[in-house]
Design a protein around this ligand. Sequence first.
Ligand SMILES: [Zn+2]
Ligand SMILES: [Zn+2]
Length: 231
Amino acid sequence: MADFLTTYGTSYQIENIIINAKTRLVLVSPYLQISKTFYERLKDASNRGVRVQIIFGKDELKPNEKNSLAELSNLELHYFQNLHAKCYFNEKEMVITSMNMYEFSEKNNREMGVYLTKDQDSEMFQKAIAETASIIESSEDMPLVKAKRELGKKSKDSSKNSKKPTRGYCIRCEDRIPYNIEKPFCKDCYYEWEEWENENYEEEVCHACGEYADTSMAKPVCYDCYKKFEK
Ligand SMILES: [Zn+2]
Ligand SMILES: [Zn+2]
């Protein structure tokens, strides 16, 4: 019989659905953000040969998140603008809930959910699968290709004297901002950073190329970009 879930139980069951998936994994969630843990779980599933389908409705994926997803085989991304439902299932178990994918590690929200299995609640299970299939049917496929970086022309011997880019990336959130190694944050992230003013606080993104890199206010670009643009 179906089980009622609160916040903790919901995240627990969603995580188990991902871990236990053997052939199929479907994640329906308007908001999608790829945390490190979540990405690793997806990667494991894709390596096990599980067919993963993600349906989402707010295209706020960062270039690095898209690039990470593009590296997974067996993964399909579908975009459906009017999506409001949240539902997660593998070939056997399902959670229907208020919880968005990226919130499954957040413990402060109050969520509710229902857990059901194909064996014990087969009618409900089939209906939810049919509804998901209908959503996928009218959704857009999002081809997963590596996001192109606007770095200007890359010449073969770009090792020195390259022209500095005009646009850069916020080293915390990847938003596009003017290139300026004195100001490698967007406004919002700068205000957050300013609370502590720690020049060496570790950030994740290179201000110049937008790729993942160990950066900070003091060293906002990756080593390659430093050699190329700042030396
Ligand atoms: Zn930012
Ligand atoms: Zn770089």
